[in-house]
Design a protein. Sequence first.
Length: 249
Amino acid sequence: MPTRIVLVEPQHPGNIGAVARAMKNMGLTELHLVKPALFPHQEAIARASGADDVLSAAQVHDSFGEAIADCGLIVGTSARQRHLPWELVEPRDCSAQIVQASRTETAAIVFGAERTGLTNAELERCNLLMTIPTAPGYSSLNLAMAVQVVAYELWLASRPGAPPPPERDVPLAPAEDVARFYVHFEQVLEEIDFKDRTGGGHLMARVRRLFNRAQLDQNEVNILRGVLTAVQARRRSAGPRNAARQQES
């Protein structure tokens, strides 16, 4: 399975071409674009400098969810912290994990728009949040530069002679299945009238962060969905009166 590079709403076609070149340098071929401002474009071809095959095979999507639907491990990239605390990893720390994941399912590394980066909602769908360490006084990296750094680390981790990454018994669940699990989870929370007691209004964001960090495999998602279905069935069989009594207790 390939490692997928996903660019979310790239604004400059030249950056798309430069990313394709950086990818081909390090043996990556699968480029996915979410609502690019200008693509295809002559400037992208010019900046690709021979990586035309990567550009011509690039897939364009209307939404972020569509671009990662069949992916297992999803790694978001960011240069700044967000409203929720995230555990940040560096490319060298997680490259072997990405290489291993790509052997059984598609792994995706996601880059946001040049000026704004990934939104919190997009990051909530990622298993890991990667940041590239830079000098403290100037952390700004061009999109293609960031992709080049990450692609280089992946190449080091996957080239012949590299230490073998740890193996996983069961493939990670595709992002589409995980998204359905979150919808189901939120539905059950509503049915049992579970409220956000932290007062921050970020209950489901924290739930997503918890399970994304766990990197659920397909069996685990099936088990959790089964538990949720059992909770729903138990409440239905209890009836309105008993359900209200259970809620009071």
